[in-house]
Design a protein around this ligand. Sequence first.
Ligand code: KG4
Ligand code: ZN
Length: 349
Amino acid sequence: MHVLGIDTSCDDTGVGIVAIDDDGTSRVLANVVASQAAVHAAYGGVLPEQASREHLSVIDAVVGRALEEAVLAIADVDAVAATYGPGLAGALLVGLTYAKGLAFGLGVPFAKVHHLEGHVAASVASGAAGAGPTPPFLCLIASGGHTVLFDVPAWGTYRPLGRSLDDAAGEAFDKVARLIGLPYPGGPALAALAAEGDPEAVALPVPLARQEGFDFSFSGLKTAVAVRLEREPDLRPADVAAAFERRAVDHLRSVAQRAAAALGRQDLVVAGGVAANRRLRSELGDAGLRVFLPPAGLATDNGAMIALAAAQRLFAGTVDADDLRADATPYLPLADAVARPRDATPRRG
Ligand code: KG4
Ligand code: ZN
């Protein structure tokens, strides 16, 4: 069975195709992402109306490229999935409407997918066959729009343990990158610059150093960078980047590690764009936990992760005609949105 997944929640048009075998094992056959970064760079952030227009102008071509990459014809698609939230309303509408129309036209099932569940599916699928996580596990989602820590006692149950009280982790990377003078989108550029810097050279505060809960905060760190740069304009940008990255990554790692100890969890699934960060990946590797990270190319927004999450839902039998009624839903907390039978263990390939 071939599932085509579409994500247009923000500024990337992502289309992926996944093959699912009879036992539920899934393989990514295609993953094409058309980035709008150049369009939004002039504004230093995403211009929502422009994002919708760009999605509309490229989506057909991106679907065509994904089919080419998978060496499939449109008639080989057995199910279509799309993100229905959270995200930018107009942007979501483009992918969702396109996907529903395609499914209806082909006469195949349509599966609605929660954007964050897509990110989680990409990380869950990262384990070699049979070696992926099984609940209970902790799940850290760190993207441009969200930073949340969940306990997952059973498939489909997301119990929030903590969240960012202000900026999301990726948002903070982007804002600090901007302070340093790096172009949008700044996260990956800041991480690359940090690799050349000395994190010891610039002292920055430790976020929420004394909290007993499992929340996150990044805006104090960002403000500290802004103040330091204003007072000491001669600081080496690479050192500032390295110092910020170290504090931000330590914060993510230490909260997750403390939560794992408190709840007695050994497995940690990390999802979202910031999971691409090298320093985070290596620090988590030393944290004494079994860590599941998204494979290269599936950390930041893409359509393959939506197809992977849809494959799980199709395999579990929770996709029905009601999915076609799903509306674009900009505000959509994960804990409220997902309900899956307990025995629906996804397999990996
Ligand atoms: O999950 P994602 O693609 O989009 C959202 O759903 O938000 O995450 C994008 C975020 C951006 O803020 C980007 O700067 C950040 O992930 N990001 C990184 C890295 N790659 C992407 N942050 C730190 N280091 C990276 N290597
Ligand atoms: Zn995302």
